[in-house]
Design a binder for this molecule. Structure first.
Ligand code: CTP
Length: 495
């Protein structure tokens, strides 16, 4: 393979750096050696299949003036191509393996599901295969499965075997080398690392038999995640709850992701605002909005997964924060503003929060009584504009990104906001609330999908409707590209 030709075909050195999540020296090494390491080969193979898009997207002169509909940049996670054989045991916590599958996929992992017979009492292979998009294996003696994959290949052609939930029974069989079904056979045959997240009744967990099996598994290098303490499904309180999918993902990433110092955003600080702000009117009422924080949180997660140190300043949300970010929880716009200013300097700032523009001039510290009059007036004063403040700050982030939530004239309003707030990009979306009789396609708040327009200086790209996590990934890919170009522009030219 001609390394230089591949680099050219994939849009140049910077494009390849962001694609692989590596620094400039890694690319130089590939050129010197005349080959790519095996770790990145599958990423390159996949990307080469997409080169027409790639080239179009990474040509800075393309689409320089008008609004176009583009396939957004393709991002490949640092974990791209890593396979996880997910063994689901038969316990009530099995349903959490479905959410776990989603979350692992969000980080670029491929999931091959293997379900024990008792797991199928709790969830169906169909739901797992619908989620993972891959065949789910259940039977050790299936001729079709053996012809397609074979249990030994299933066990070997994976980067990790993950058991969730690991029941007392499954742990006992694995600890004693019993291979009487597909799951236990894979556990015996695999040469990949094994992780288990146990979940069971607290008495079963603390039983000496289970503890002996646990010690045996650990002594053989099995990585045990949890279990947590608290209320269990059987109504007893104690140790035995499955660790949250989010924490399991963190353990998997720590094991399978490459050294973070080689990631594209390593050493960069990113500031992200997310969610709504709430502005008190009195001690029981407040002004709020429909923002769920899903898009902002997804961007924070994507930035962190590429090695950035992320400060996520969020208003009141009900979703979990992404792992590996510094979370600052606030309520009001003023608090969000102060937290953002305190977080500077930052290389990247993304203001995704739906900040209340107004707050009550004199919020009461008691409940305002309903009075005899038929109307009342609430005096409002303007809140600080965080994005605009960052735009004029002496420590202005190198790449400043805002959102524009619009109900009409998206492109024009977004361009106007970009200039008015002195930011580099505006991510425009048409918003309509999901309440009442609205049946519009533009339901954004609280939903998992979004349709955005990326507005930069002189360009606007309408992206197709995608999952918010996917949008986040592609935005971060574009950010990496832009930051690399900024660095390249500053580098002295060779004469
Ligand atoms: N924003 C901010 N601080 C505010 C208001 C908005 O940081 N007090 C940021 C948002 O996070 C978003 C961008 O500014 O990135 C645009 O927010 P949006 O609500 O679309 O617009 P506004 O500036 O509030 O203007 P308008 O409500 O008139 O559309």
């Amino acid at each position: 393979m001609d390394v230089q030709k591949v680099i050219d075909q994939l849009g140049g050195r910077h494009a390849l750096q962001s694609l692989l999540g590596v620094g400039p020296s890694a690319i130089s090494n590939y050129i010197t050696r005349g080959c790519f390491p095996r770790r990145v080969q599958s990423i390159i193979d996949t990307a080469l299949q997409d080169t027409p898009h790639h080239n179009q997207l990474h040509n800075p002169n393309a689409n320089s003036t008008s609004s176009t509909t583009l396939t957004p940049p393709r991002i490949i996670h640092p974990t791209h191509g890593k396979r996880i054989a997910l063994i689901i045991g038969g316990g009530i916590a099995a349903y959490k393996a479905l959410e776990l599958t989603r979350r692992l996929q969000d980080h670029g992992f491929h999931i091959t599901g293997i379900m024990t017979k008792s797991a199928q009492q709790f969830i169906t292979p169909l739901s797992l295969s619908a989620l993972s998009g891959e065949k789910v294996y259940t039977d050790l003696f299936s001729l079709t499965d053996e012809a397609e994959m074979g249990h030994i290949r299933l066990a070997r052609e994976t980067d990790l075997v993950l058991v969730v939930p690991a029941t007392a029974n499954l742990m006992a069989r694995a600890a004693n080398g019993i291979a009487d079904d597909l799951a236990s056979t894979i556990l015996l045959a695999t040469t990949a690392p094994v992780m288990m997240a146990p979940a069971m009744n607290p008495a079963m967990w603390s039983h000496p038999a289970t503890q002996d099996n646990l010690a045996r598994l650990q002594s053989r290098g099995v990585h045990i995640i949890g279990p947590d303490s608290g209320d269990t499904a059987c109504g007893e309180d104690g140790e035995g709850r499955l660790t949250s999918p989010q924490d399991i993902v963190a353990h998997v990433r720590a094991r399978l992701e490459p050294d973070r110092s080689s990631l594209a955003l390593s050493g960069k600080h990113a500031l992200v605002t997310s969610g709504p702000t709430i502005e008190p009117i009195d001690s029981v009422r407040f002004i709020a909005n429909h923002s769920s924080g899903k898009q902002g949180h997804a961007i924070a997660a994507a930035l962190a997964s590429h090695g950035a140190t992320v400060t996520l300043v969020n208003g009141p949300v009900t979703i979990d924060p992404p792992t590996g970010v510094k979370l600052v929880s606030v309520e009001t716009a003023q608090e969000m503003h102060d937290a953002c200013m305190a977080a500077l300097p930052a290389d990247i700032a993304v203001c995704a929060a739906a900040v209340a523009d107004w707050r009550a001039q004199a919020p009461k510290n008691h409940k305002i009584k309903k009075q005899a009059a038929d109307s009342m007036t609430l005096n409002l004063v303007k809140n600080p504009d965080i994005l605009a403040a960052l735009g004029t700050h002496e420590q202005r982030p190198t790449l400043l990104v805002g959102f524009a939530a619009e109900t009409e004239n998206l492109e024009a309003n977004a361009q106007q906001k970009r200039i008015a707030k002195n930011c580099d990009w505006i991510i425009g979306n048409l918003v309509a609330v999901s309440s009442g009789t609205n049946t519009s396609d533009n339901l954004v708040f609280g939903h998992d999908k979004n349709t955005i327009m990326l507005v930069r200086d002189g360009t606007s790209e309408a992206w197709p409707k995608m999952r918010k996590t996917e949008i986040a990934d592609k935005l971060v890919a574009a950010m990496i590209m832009t930051l690399n170009e900024t660095v390249a522009d500053k580098e002295p030219a060779n004469v």
